[in-house]
Design a protein around this ligand. Sequence first.
Ligand code: MG
Length: 274
Amino acid sequence: MYGAILGDIIGSRFEFDRGGKTKDFELLTEQDNWTDDSVMTVAVAEALMDAGKDAGAGEIEATCIRSMQKWGRKYPYAGYGARFINWVHAKKPEPYGSYGNGSAMRVSAAGWLYDSIERTREVAKACANVSHNHPEGIKGAECTAAVIYLGRKGASKEEIEAYVKAEFRYDLHETLDEMRARHCHVETCMDSLPKALKSFLDGESYEDVVRNAVSLGGDTDTLAAIAGAMAEAFYDMPALLREQCRARVKKDMLEVMERFERLIRHGEARKSSV
Ligand SMILES: [Mg+2]
């Protein structure tokens, strides 16, 4: 989840086409900060840890709703879409057929916690279902989690690309240059997944992948969060970048991130005090 959160932080400065659509930019500056992508990534990670590895889809959904409402209400001004913030405050939150890229940007924890790609996708679907239950919203979440799963299991880029094309039918023929030329600010899974996937597949390191994503312009924090999550699983991240990520998040977010790291590295998952 560091990969998603740092991608969000790096991309935040350039959202809404404020960047020069170039890979040549200062990676991190003092004003870079986390946004909704990081808050919801933390929320989903905490929900999945609390639900436990063997929880059924219904229990995962219920735990996700509780956690996402808790974190969303705690940090309500992080840049959510209008419909999502209504969902966060709803007494009876219902899925609203969204195919926004929010289902993909928050799901990275699901890519790390389970022992099969089928289970990974089942959990990713449950995470999306609570709000982004349009088939494209679910597909974006499943694809992101599946790429993370395959990356951490040692699959090659060719294997990952073949799986994505066969299972999710995303069209990946467009080059990054072509995407850059036409890209505008679009916040759908259908637009964001091919861009994040291409940024990842064409990248050479965590940093290079994030630079690819940011260079496309538009919804740069979310593109970099999704692509960064994929890159973390495939390349890992330099210790210095992890440290810079830790230095920029809130203490309660860091507690969940540390609990998550302990779980995926050592199998420990004590409930956090948040
Ligand atoms: Mg954002």
